[in-house]
Write a protein that binds this ligand. Sequence first.
Ligand code: GUN
Length: 295
Amino acid sequence: MAANLIDGRAIAAQIQQELASRVADLKKRGVVPGLAFVRVGEDPASKVYVGRKEKACAELGIVSETHVLPAAASEGELLALIAKLNASKNIHGILVQAPLPKQISEAKVFSTVLPTKDVDGFHPVNVGKLMLGDATGFKPCTPAGVVELLIRSGVKTEGAEVVVLGRGNIVGKPMAAMLCQKGSGANSTVTICHSATRAIAAHCRRADIIVAAMGVAEFLKADMVKPGAVIMDVGVNRVPDATSKTGTKLVGDVDFKNVQPIAGRITPNPGGVGPMTIAMLLQNTVRAAEFSVLN
Ligand code: GUN
């Protein structure tokens, strides 16, 4: 692995090892962490993501169950399932995989999951706690994973100029909120760039750290990056590829081949942010189970 790569797989494995002793402690107290996944429809990417999360749960000793509703399911059916999971004693965390079909309001669904079981950190109470710097809430897994990667790679965020590319509710907005808080792995000066931003390249060239999370394949080019900058690539984009058997391949939001030689540190993709999203989900679920012992 090239010297400037941030190895998300290795760091995620280390976190999973740390969590194993917390799971063992819970088991001694008669509590087995339980996580419910909910999928609606047969979106191929969602199936892959949930499959990876199920496998990681099994490896750590978290019991998971997956509920699949048909693509035509009504919002009412999904809300009824969430209500059942909210009431279940054995389920400490609930994850409803996005995106959801058009007839279902994601906002309504995310605000129906009990805040204490909201291991995605999408409930308005947890979003509010994040904004307030109240650490008792759950933080969304992908941006929390980026922060953890920065901390464990020794990247200094204090006073750093950070550009976040993308303003989505799952990554961009919470990412910016986390990095501008007081505290370690934060204390940065954050700029959010999006589709209406003028002169994105000029913003990027000022940045010490860039988090690319806009969902545009290989958007961040070498001439937009200050030499030595730290590049965190959150993107997962399927693009045509005549050389592959399937005719497609996955690429990030960063033109990795050309950016890697000038970056100070950079996440590979795959093998960078992706494994950390899963590690943070496991961490949130263990925390949710620990709360259940206290309450
Ligand atoms: N879809 C893409 N990322 C996520 C995530 O972190 N959580 C959920 N529930 N759905 C997603």
